[in-house]
Design a protein around this ligand. Structure first.
Ligand code: PMP
Length: 437
């Protein structure tokens, strides 16, 4: 049995004065209880009850170099000794901007913020300012942060209203407290559907400022774009004068240093990155063509934030990039190979235990789900997975010394090793055995 006494008692204490007991709503879904971290190093994390886990949660994605990475820690500490944030400008911002321009194929200029949510807010603002139009097309199953103008309930938490022809009533709010009209400018479409895109964009181009999309549907099943879909999105938006935003908050620095658009060779007008960009320190960015970014240059678009581009965050991002670039980026092949091995191993184990399931793997990220179909290539099928069974599985994996995100998304870091993968497969074998007994 997993020891959780300390975590349980701390959660009770936290609930007294910390709203919701956790700092981000999603974390309350951890079963059997939200766990309290004691310390972490490399691919391992230890909780306050003394349990140690191989970590595939990786703080929901940012820890691409693992926990407490020596090079990153040194860079952060040496930046901190010279001050944390200045309110004045500093070399780190210039250096980071120069490096990002090299890394991100679509970017002539970048703007720095603190979170993925803020980067998306800025990208939408730039698109509206540039086109003088209001509407934004987004897709079922994608997530773009929790700001009022785009939040439609967390993927998997239930389907928002369908709007396949783009003509129906406004999308309802995703949470209480969001104004009824916040999503009045959102057109929600099924993803990977060429016809729906074509129909809506051609008919409503005069009012659509932007299409925003995750390049791979990482938030709902790690579903890949159909062959030619992102290219079609690119061509159609260009033809119709619509800004194409790729939300690479998960895939940026993860699918490659240049994100998914670097890996797939697509050139969006704007890209948003966050999470892995700072290796665990809060920083995000919007990158884009000079034509779009000029609206910040001219101050037509306000881009604000007290801690934007602070020297701790920029040095963390620069150190993360340095590490990921080592040996010509060989680390991406390593992470991918380990995850191919792990995902194939899990498929074999599900087969061995006669448990129906799918693992969708793309580079250093995959989604594991229990579902009785051969493949999961669309959001409706993804929604038919047995999420309760997966939550149970994730709980059983804790007993086996492996920390997972309870929704099925696994991340790997540059410091996970072959031995971790082998230990994890043994853990999966035992957990699946318990799951069916
Ligand atoms: N976009 C995507 C694709 C995301 O996955 C997330 C976070 N999961 C966000 C935006 C929001 O990022 P943050 O949580 O840093 O605000």
């Amino acid at each position: 049995m997993l020891k959780i006494d300390q975590s349980l008692s701390k959660y009770e204490q936290a609930k007294k004065h910390l709203a919701g007991g956790v700092a981000s709503s999603l974390r309350a879904s951890q079963k059997p209880t939200p766990l309290y971290a004691e310390s972490a190093k490399g691919a391992r994390i230890r909780d306050v009850d003394g349990n140690e886990y191989i970590d595939y949660l990786l703080a929901y994605g940012p820890l691409i170099l693992g926990h407490a990475h020596d090079g990153l820690t040194d860079a952060i500490l040496s930046a901190m000794r010279k001050g944390y944030t200045y309110g004045l400008q500093h070399d780190g911002e210039i250096e980071l901007a120069n490096v990002l321009i090299d890394i991100l194929p679509c970017a002539d200029k970048v703007a720095l913020s603190g979170s993925g949510t803020e980067a998306v807010m800025l990208a939408l603002r730039l698109a509206r300012a540039h086109t003088g139009k209001r509407k934004v097309v987004r897709f079922h199953g994608h997530y773009h942060g929790w700001s009022d103008s785009i939040f439609t309930s967390f993927p998997g938490a239930g389907l928002a209203q369908s709007d396949n022809d783009g003509q129906t009533a406004a999308v309802p709010p995703g949470t209480q407290g969001q104004s009824e009209n916040s999503l009045a400018d959102i057109i929600l479409l099924p993803w990977n559907d060429f016809a729906a895109l074509e129909n809506v964009l051609r008919v409503r181009a005069h009012e659509i400022a932007a299409v925003i999309s995750e390049p791979v549907m990482c938030n709902s099943g790690c579903i890949q774009p159909k062959s030619g879909y992102l290219e079609h999105l690119r061509t159609l938006t260009k033809e119709l004068g619509i800004v194409f935003i790729l939300d690479e908050v998960i895939t940026g620095f993860r699918l490659s240093l240049g994100g998914a658009h670097g890996r797939f060779g697509i050139k969006p007008d704007l890209v948003t990155i966050g999470k892995a960009m700072g290796g665990g320190i809060a920083i995000s960015a919007v990158g884009g063509s000079a034509e779009l970014m000029k609206h910040i240059d001219t101050a037509a678009v306000s881009h604000l934030g007290t801690l934007n581009g602070n020297s701790v965050a920029t040095s963390a991002a620069l150190a993360t990039i340095r590490e990921l670039k080592c040996d010509n980026g060989v680390v991406y092949d390593r992470m991918e190979n380990l995850f191919i091995q792990l995902s194939e191993g899990i498929r074999e184990l599900m087969h061995k235990h006669s448990i129906a399931g799918v693992v969708n793997q793309v580079g250093p990220v995959f989604h594991m789900m229990f579902i009785d179909v051969k493949e999961v290539t669309d959001f409706d099928t993804f929604n038919r997975r047995d999420s309760g069974k997966y939550v149970k599985f994730a709980e059983l994996m804790l007993e086996e010394g492996v920390l997972l995100r309870p929704n099925g998304l696994w991340y790997i870091s540059a410091v996970h090793e072959q031995a971790d993968i082998e230990a994890t497969l043994l853990a999966v074998d035992r957990a699946l055995c318990k799951l069916i007994s």
